[in-house]
Design a binder for this molecule. Sequence first.
Ligand SMILES: [Zn+2]
Ligand SMILES: [Zn+2]
Length: 185
Amino acid sequence: MKVYVVRVGNVEEEVLEFIRKGLEETFYRGFCVISEHIIEVPSGSYNRVRQQYISEPILNEVLKFALSLEREAGEPCIVLGVADIDIYTPGMNFIFGEAQCPGKAAIISLFRLRPEFYGEEPNRQLFMERAVKEAVHEIGHMLGLRHCGNPVCVMHFSLHIGMTDMKTSKFCRDCMSKLKAMMVL
Ligand SMILES: [Zn+2]
Ligand SMILES: [Zn+2]
């Protein structure tokens, strides 16, 4: 199986490459392909009042792309969209990402991962490590994993950035054995 990482709107190349490396460390070499395709942010997804983008139409675009890739490749594909806009889902102030669980489509947002968003000094390494954690987390969901109670497991739910920083980019032993049982790893 392969995961395709695709830009949703404008996204820095360097971050995508860092995510690809991080995914291959957690999963295996050759697991991740960065697509040349760019998914346009659907204009109807912007909420002027909240000044945020609702995630559902974006996730639908990612799913459409996954299905078209599958038709081309003739094999199952899962796709992680990477966006640099503030996204939300009804009932939440914001989300770091969202995925079909299980499914073929997920998105992460880089918008709230930069330390400067929280008034802190810029830190590229920290920013990109956070992006890897969110990417692995949403891919875990696509593979069928639910949230994990272990606070250092990558499948632990992040309500705020401190919780992202507390967890690692790796699956705990329980989550790992679930993936193995599904023959993903
Ligand atoms: Zn989650
Ligand atoms: Zn776990």
